[in-house]
Design a protein around this ligand. Structure first.
Ligand code: SAH
Length: 229
């Protein structure tokens, strides 16, 4: 069964956006995944399509109402996990992306304003996911990034499935440096070992490089690797 994302948003026109181009767009056209948008405003209870109100207890901005969002969820949810894109969520990692790529249905809520009423999260057992420690204007951008990462792992999307195996974060390591032709450019040569044709030595060099780069740039990842060994 193909992967289906049902996206609840007040800006449905944003989708599929960049997901409609390149590999993800080709996969969308080929039916390897499906992207359905639901306009939360269509589930408002007044003729203006109001979806937000002022925060209880005061404070800046507006909050998305639980009754309207709940109405949108209940009319469109079929099965699977419900995710709310949120800076308070668990950080999105490649392991999480892999896990989500094995699902058939994902319902994704995109927040706007100052976010959504907490009771919605409790009522529907919603999982919160963050794409990083910074604040965006809306969950749509975050949802698109998460979907891009998920879709490229779906069967048939990348030509060669082996090509995701040595990438950064697989095995908690950053990727080793990569080179292509020309062999010499601006006086800089491709490391000789890569031209040796000796697969074992090449693999050893790449592993060493990956370890070195991870040690320098992301020692936090390396600790995870050593823990799991
Ligand atoms: N007041 C909130 C931020 C609201 S930003 C807070 O301090 O936590 C508006 C919306 O953008 C959020 O509802 C969420 O859906 C989305 N968003 C912002 N930053 C995000 C991030 N890092 N990851 C995922 N979604 C994010």
């Amino acid at each position: 069964m193909a992967f289906k994302a049902t996206i609840l948003t007040i800006f449905p026109e944003i989708f599929p956006g960049f997901l409609g181009t390149s590999l993800t767009g080709k996969a969308l056209n080929e039916g390897l995944w499906e992207c359905e948008t639901v306009n939360i405003r269509d589930y408002a209870f007044d003729k203006h399509g109001s979806v937000d109100d002022t925060p209880c207890g005061g404070g800046a901005g507006m909050i998305m109402r639980p009754d309207v969002l709940g109405n949108a969820i209940e009319h469109n949810y079929s099965s699977g996990r419900i995710i709310y894109m949120s800076p308070k969520g668990k950080p999105l990692t490649q392991a999480k992306v892999r896990e989500l790529s094995r699902e058939n249905d994902l319902t994704i809520i995109c927040g706007r304003f100052e976010g959504i009423d907490e009771r919605v999260i409790e009522e529907y057992g919603i999982e919160e996911i963050s794409i990083g420690d910074y604040i965006l204007t809306g969950g749509e951008q975050a949802a698109m990034i998460m979907l891009d990462a998920i879709v490229r792992l779906l069967p048939g999307v990348l030509g060669n499935s082996a090509s995701t195996e040595n990438e950064s974060f697989e095995g908690n390591l950053l990727e080793y440096p990569q080179y292509t032709r020309p062999i010499e450019w601006k006086g800089r040569k491709v490391p000789e070992i890569l031209m040796s044709g000796h697969h074992e030595n090449v693999a050893k060099w790449q592993k060493e490089q990956a370890l070195q780069i991870t040690k320098e740039r992301r020692p936090d990842l390396l600790e995870k690797t050593l823990d799991s060994e």
